[in-house]
Design a protein around this ligand. Structure first.
Ligand code: NAP
Length: 565
């Protein structure tokens, strides 16, 4: 007789068994990677997704110009070669439709859609400690039970609502980039406003500029916009990438930020000033984040090096933007990477167009939306269409949308707000059997590479439990405390904290009124992070505790007995 490999044999609320061993929240890259891993291990699982299809970020953020800021060949899930490194991308930085197609193709080829429920938002998940289950409630009122819960909700999935009074009376069209409609939005002949100049706005602006009658950009804080230098991938380039596929992924997994960018070993003090400028020029020309990671090893830790890079970018802005006042307004003046730098696709060049105007709202904020446009504290403007690209309540914001309660009814958001301490961004004290993909204090890096590792870690952990008859995993208090200390130490070892605070950077939560300001990410590098996670798996999980519950243990013993007969 076959061994029952399930760990969910029990009676809960009068039902003979729980509904799923694992419930996964979200069908973006994280949810897709996780469900694949679990079904491969023979573990019953279901994904619940608020949208009508897979894709997560790449489902919701379908604004014009949306594309990755990671190079396509590492913006893949690497668990299956033919659907990862062997994927044929068209461009260095693929567009939103191309990434969305990739996720859909993955799901179809692996036949994963049958494990997913769409148009179903999870609104609550409560821990029932007596029965060792999670009780999950959906927006349409259904409830399900599961042994393990995985949040794959994405780090940037809760767009901030436009906070301006009067929006409901605006007679024109308005859109939010993070909730962009599926239908085509026409800008031709319209007076358009874009509020915000973060990574999203930087992608939208040059596209809208081409067709709008006029485009007015409302900027509060300028960014260091690095040229992407996007290009189509030739067949030869693709062939080379595919041939070296495994090496490419190895390089990404061992680089600081999960990209196929070799970390520089050059320090500013190793160079003369002329050489240093040549190195930065190379970084600027080669494009993307290579300007930061492939130039100087100490750009984020040495103020002089960071200052030099900042001045270099300001000089570039002044050399591109013809109007001196506009160029001055576009020049940031804080350490580079204190805010996540956007990649530009002819962003600064857009301000040389006659139909594009920049308005500084730093000291002259937008006060209200009027029926015909918007008002700052000094001026009134008329628009036909307004685009809000004002950012996200990052990482914890999306978890806070779910009423997540722990062993003794603890509220996850309150707990994290009072004391953000996680085990490697994956688990939290008081919340047994809850795993997070891209959780708080996970690495600041190219996200698919982190997702691959975390989903693999969760799958292996659940397998480890199943093989030993464990039904519950909890984090030890110390592991959260230690990881928190490391996360803070890694961030404080850089020159970034004062600038991140001053410029209200989202990666420390400073862009959201009332949110506690502290690093939401691990800045200590991908490879050391993977080592920490692997040490747990191979070292007998020193940071965690496992237990069995007696009812399930009896079933397991019976199964083992039967299998011996
Ligand atoms: P963001 O970087 O937080 O930018 C939001 C922008 O809106 C900022 O310029 C902000 O000004 C402005 N803003 C917010 N409230 C405002 C107000 N009341 N009045 C005027 N301006 C206001 O958000 P995002 O552009 O959506 O990007 C967030 C992150 O998403 C990025 O950093 C990136 O990690 C990710 N992203 C990735 C890609 C990609 O990989 N391709 C593309 C887009 C986004 P302040 O700076 O002064 O707060």
């Amino acid at each position: 007789m076959a061994v029952n490999t399930s760990i969910n044999n029990q009676v809960v609320d009068g039902k003979n068994s729980i509904d799923y061993e694992v419930i996964i929240i979200g069908a973006g890259f994280g949810g897709v990677r996780m469900i694949y891993d679990l079904q491969k291990r023979g573990i019953s699982a279901r994904v619940f997704e608020a949208g009508s299809n897979v894709g997560g970020t790449w489902y919701w953020n379908r604004y014009p110009g949306a594309r990755t800021d990671s190079e396509s060949w590492v913006y893949v899930l690497t668990f299956l070669e033919e659907l990862g490194v062997q994927w044929r991308w068209n461009e260095r930085f693929p567009t939103q439709p191309e990434v969305e197609r990739y996720v859909n193709r993955l799901v179809d080829e692996l036949d994963l859609r049958k494990h997913m429920s769409f148009n179903t938002r999870i609104i609550a998940a409560h821990r029932d400690e007596t029965n060792n289950v999670w009780k999950v409630t959906t927006s349409n009122g259904s409830t399900y039970t599961c042994t393990f819960l995985v949040t794959a909700t994405g780090p940037l999935a809760t767009p901030l609502k436009p906070p301006f009074p009067g929006l409901d009376l605006f007679k024109g069209e308005w859109y939010q980039t993070g909730l962009w409609p599926k239908h085509k939005v026409d800008f031709a002949g319209k007076r358009v406003a874009v509020v915000g100049t973060g990574a999203t706005a930087v992608q939208v602006i040059p596209i809208v500029a081409h067709t709008a009658k006029s485009l007015t950009v409302f900027q509060r804080t300028p960014n260091y916009v690095l040229p992407a230098r996007n290009h189509p991938l030739t067949d030869d380039q693709v062939a080379e990438l595919q041939r070296d596929g495994k090496t490419v992924i190895h390089r990404a997994r061992t680089s600081s930020f999960g990209m196929d960018i070799p970390d520089s070993s050059l320090r500013l003090t190793d160079t003369t000033e002329a050489e240093a400028l040549r190195v930065l020029e190379y970084g600027w020309e080669i494009g993307g984040f290579r300007f930061i990671f492939q130039t100087f090893a100490d750009m984020l830790t040495n103020q002089d090096c960071n200052d030099l890079a900042g001045e270099f970018v300001r000089n570039k802005i002044r050399s591109i933007v013809r109007d001196k006042d506009t160029a001055d307004l576009l020049c940031p003046n804080y350490p580079i990477l204190s805010k996540r730098p956007p990649l530009g696709h002819y962003y600064y060049e857009a301000f040389n167009r006659d139909n594009v105007k920049l308005v500084d709202v730093k000291n002259n904020p937008i006060t209200e939306i009027t029926p015909t446009g918007l008002k700052t504290s000094t001026t009134e403007y008329d628009f036909d269409l307004i685009i809000f690209a004002i950012g996200f309540d990052a990482v914890t914001g999306t978890l806070a949308q779910i009423d997540l309660r722990g062993s003794e009814g603890q509220d996850l958001s309150m707990q994290l707000d009072e004391h953000m301490a996680t085990a490697y961004g994956i688990m939290v004290e008081n919340f047994p059997n809850l795993f997070m993909i891209s959780g708080p204090q996970a690495p600041f890096a190219n996200i698919p590479v982190i997702i691959d590792n975390t989903a693999d870690w969760i799958g292996r952990t659940i397998s480890h439990m199943r093989d030993r008859g464990y039904t519950k995993i909890s984090t030890k208090k110390e592991v959260g405390r230690e990881w928190r200390d490391k996360v803070h130490a890694a961030f404080n070892a850089t020159v970034l904290p004062p600038g991140a605070k001053e410029t209200k950077s989202w990666y420390i939560g400073a862009n959201v009124e009332g949110k506690r300001v502290e690093p939401l990410f691990w800045f200590g590098g991908v490879a050391p992070y993977f080592e920490e996670c692997e040490k747990e798996l191979t070292g007998g999980f020193p940071g965690f505790e496992f237990s069995r519950d007696s009812q399930r243990e009896a079933v397991r013993k019976d199964n083992v007995k039967e299998s011996k007969l």
